[in-house]
Design a protein around this ligand. Structure first.
Ligand SMILES: NC(=O)c1ccc[n+]([C@@H]2O[C@H](COP(=O)([O-])OP(=O)(O)OC[C@H]3O[C@@H](n4cnc5c(N)ncnc54)[C@H](O)[C@@H]3O)[C@@H](O)[C@H]2O)c1
Ligand SMILES: [Zn+2]
Length: 244
């Protein structure tokens, strides 16, 4: 396979550096079949009754739980989704000791499914849920998908809420600390599949003070300064050309 100059450069950097950190978003999972938010065919451009940003907000969850769960089951809990080559290559980079950690804004659990270990899920995960009243824990999401009604706690009959950070909610403090620490100590930071428009998550990238800042994103990211290499191509395709 003929490799472009960009891929050859990326390969050189990965070969050289042993302290790489990855910061990613919804674009990492589009090649698995999940929609992102801001692409032309992303969730923002669907004709739903409310914009996704409103449905996936704290207030909306409590005021319209039926509508929230209708959207959540239809668009977020997509069945049969598997990790793609980007997820697998990132897991491999960690196994061989190059990648020190992976920070994701995704809630889809795909990095864990691919075998990654040090994953910081800034916006939580569809794999965990709690009762809003007695705080009982519920694992996974099959019980939500199979339920035609609202998911209710079997102890106190109150509503169950997924452990995902909704708009209007704050990020877990420990995750913030770990993400900032990873990024500040990294020698190379790869930002991939994120529009860098959801804060505070996107702001963490500015803590990077290492050698190589690499962007792998379908569209150009104008907000990032001092980028060493930017590849505006699908991240799965890019990672499939890297030898580890
Ligand atoms: N899979 C998921 O868990 C999922 C899906 C949708 C949204 N979200 C949430 O929505 C928020 C959206 O912010 P965001 O920045 O993550 O997503 P975003 O939708 O704002 O941006 C996605 C970016 O990825 C790029 N992209 C799309 N497909 C790509 C590909 N194959 N290769 C490379 N780049 C690609 C797009 O050009 C875009 O710039 C996040 O907070 C996230 O939690 C999560
Ligand atoms: Zn309960």
């Amino acid at each position: 396979m003929k490799k472009s100059a960009d891929i050859i450069l990326l390969q050189k950097m990965i070969d050289e550096v042993d302290n790489i950190v990855f910061f990613g978003g919804a674009g990492v999972s589009t090649e698995s079949g999940l929609k992102d938010f801001r692409s032309v065919d992303g969730l923002y451009n669907l004709n739903y009754k409310y914009p996704p940003e409103e449905i996936l907000s704290h207030d909306f969850f409590y005021e319209n739980p039926y509508e929230f769960y209708r959207f959540y089951k239809d668009k977020i809990l997509v069945e049969g989704i598997k990790p793609n080559i980007a997820h697998y290559q990132l897991a491999k980079m960690e196994q061989i000791g190059k990648l020190k950690g992976l920070i994701t804004q995704n809630i889809d659990n795909l990095h864990y499914l691919a075998g990654s270990k040090n994953v910081i899920e800034l916006h939580g995960s569809i794999m965990h849920n709690h009762c809003i009243s007695c705080n009982k824990y519920f694992a996974g999401y099959d019980f939500i998908l199979k339920n035609n009604h609202l998911p209710l706690c079997d102890e106190c009959h109150n509503l169950i809420k997924p452990d995902v950070v909704l708009y209007g909610e704050s990020l877990n403090e420990n995750n913030i600390i770990k993400a900032i620490e990873l990024i500040s100590n990294a020698k190379m930071l790869i930002v991939g599949g994120s529009s860098l428009s959801v804060y505070p998550a996107a702001g963490f990238v500015s803590y990077f003070k290492g050698k190589y800042l690499v962007v792998i994103n379908k569209t150009h990211l104008p907000s990032l300064q001092k980028v060493t290499l930017e590849i505006n191509e699908p991240i799965g395709e890019v990672f499939s050309k890297i030898d580890l």
